[in-house]
Design a protein around this ligand. Structure first.
Ligand code: ADP
Ligand code: MG
Ligand code: ZN
Length: 482
């Protein structure tokens, strides 16, 4: 793809984890029997009036502040008019030219590179109801009829709109992954993707590399996993590039991603804002933000993943990559920090990223669950540091610790895994290993130094990894007269 560069902007939608809906007292739920959580407001009965959910505003402000946005003192809700069966009012209450917050930035990493994406705006709106299409595929194409479940209708929804600052499909994927971590950390949404709690559209254009003007963009929809997002963007770049190279122009349109073919197809020409006939919602007064309310929220913000990652580098001496693996998500970060408070932080990091992550992934556990508690991992690291057990014995202890509720020290004792640091106990083993390998012993004596590792390896094997490696080294040298 020489000579062309992609330009990507994202629109992220997040359903807030409030108890009740954005403008009525109905419960927010997922998976309940259809149309259980409805009332005259969210069913659009004539004369029913919306009331703003204060908790939703609070959550929205949390997001805005975490993204470094300016929370605007005056917010206005607008009606965005369109007809679709999932929207009984025939308009969505959203925000338009006086949104909640503007002008922020989100910092994220791709590999070791720290990137920043400007945030254009964060605004509040309400989710639509869910359409349930008949037929096996569950898709609208080929179904005989569709049913409407209004449980979701009116759920508080936040839209985060980025500037077109993202330069590759991979970066877009990382942006979303890390944005999701941030939102979970803020406690505003669980962001369960299977339940549609976080969704996104991607806008993409290409331009001659190095150019500063933007090309005509398309908007990609229907990518409900990070992989599909990346795939959809990757398929769109060569498509647009080929058109432009042939001297054609890009139609500004909305494209639908088909996971089965991995390509996009045209859904409709892109609508313009004026098509929606936005006008201020007459049933709601402008929302005037009390600065004290905003400051209270700012003061209560938790530490955010980006800051935590920096802190792990600074305080624990971790590499950027390790700090990212351990610090990007709250539950694992808390596990690691609890363990590192009781043992060498770097070794604890290695054990957490290695054995521990492998264990919880294999067992399908959330970090912090299961028998391996932070205190036990710290105790295990301590046993290695103190030379009570060897590194390889520690792996055996870890495996046993994952299976039974027991302290590492107990496991070492009951399974006889303690390190052999007693010269007398190792001498015999070394002597046997040397006697069993006369040819290698001669080569070593003749100067083939590399064979030291071979002998030490045999000693380790003979002791099931329990020999103190340093002592084994010394004894092998001694036995071979070196
Ligand atoms: P709309 O209201 O039509 O959806 P916006 O101006 O709000 O359009 O932009 C929507 C998204 O599209 C934003 O994330 C923005 O960064 C992105 N975007 C705008 N222009 C371009 C472009 N030329 N190429 C790629 N992305 C773009
Ligand atoms: Mg849009
Ligand atoms: Zn309701």
């Amino acid at each position: 793809m020489s000579g062309w560069e992609p330009v990507i902007g994202l629109e992220v939608h997040v359903e807030l984890a409030t108890q009740t809906k954005m403008f009525c007292a109905c419960t927010v739920s997922f998976g309940d029997p259809p149309n259980l959580h409805t009332c005259p407001v969210c069913l659009a009965h004539p004369g029913a009036l919306p009331v703003v959910n204060q908790r939703a505003v609070e959550y929205a402000v949390r997001i805005a502040l975490a993204l470094g946005c300016t929370v605007r003192p005056r917010n206005v809700f607008h009606r965005k008019n369109y007809f679709y069966p999932d929207l009984p009012k025939a308009y969505q209450i959203s925000q338009y030219d006086e949104p909640l917050a503007v002008d922020g930035a989100f910092d994220y990493w791709v590999g070791d590179e720290r990137l920043s994406c400007r945030i254009n705006r964060v605004h509040m709106e309400e989710d639509a109801a869910k359409l349930v299409h008949s037929g096996e595929s569950g898709r609208i194409a080929g179904s005989d009829y569709s049913l409407v479940d209004f449980n979701r209708g009116g759920t508080p929804l936040i839209e985060i709109v980025t500037e077109p600052d993202i330069a590759s499909p991979e970066a877009a994927r990382e942006f979303l992954n890390q944005m999701r971590n941030l939102l979970v950390e803020l406690g505003v949404s669980q962001c369960i993707m299977e339940e549609g709690q976080i969704r996104w559209d991607a806008n993409i254009s290409v331009r001659p590399a190095g150019s500063t003007t933007l090309g005509v963009r398309t908007e990609l929809k229907n990518m409900n996993s990070f992989r599909f997002l990346q795939q959809a963007l990757e398929s769109e770049i060569p498509r647009q590039t080929a058109i432009l190279e042939a001297g054609g122009t890009i139609d500004q349109e909305t494209l639908h991603f088909d996971p089965e073919t991995g390509t996009t197809s045209s859904l409709r020409s892109k609508e313009e804002a004026h098509d929606y006939r936005y006008f201020p919602e007459p049933d709601l007064v402008p929302l005037v933000m009390d600065p004290a309310f905003v400051e209270e929220i700012r003061a209560a913000q938790p530490e955010l993943p980006a800051a935590r990652i920096e802190r792990f580098v600074r305080d624990y001496g971790l590499s950027r990559y390790d700090a990212f693996v351990l610090g990007a998500q709250g539950p694992l970060a808390r596990f690691y920090e609890a363990a590192a408070s009781g043992a060498d932080p770097k070794l604890t990091a290695n054990w957490t990223m290695g054995e521990y992550l492998a264990h919880i992934n294999a067992a399908g556990l959330e970090p912090g669950h299961g028998h391996v508690t932070p205190a036990r991992l710290a105790a295990l690291v301590g046993l290695v540091v103190d030379g009570v057990i060897s590194g390889s014995a520690a792996k055996q202890v870890f495996a046993l610790m994952a299976e039974e509720r027991a302290e590492p020290q107990e496991i070492v004792e009951t399974h006889g895994l303690g390190q052999i640091s007693d010269e007398g106990a190792l001498d015999a083993v070394v002597a046997r290993v040397v006697a069993d390998n006369p040819a290698q012993a001669d080569q070593f004596r003749a100067g083939k130094e590399q064979l030291l590792g071979y002998f030490v390896g045999l000693v380790m094997k003979a002791t099931q990894g329990r020999a103190n490696p340093k002592l084994a080294n010394d004894l092998v040298r001694k036995a071979l007269g070196k």
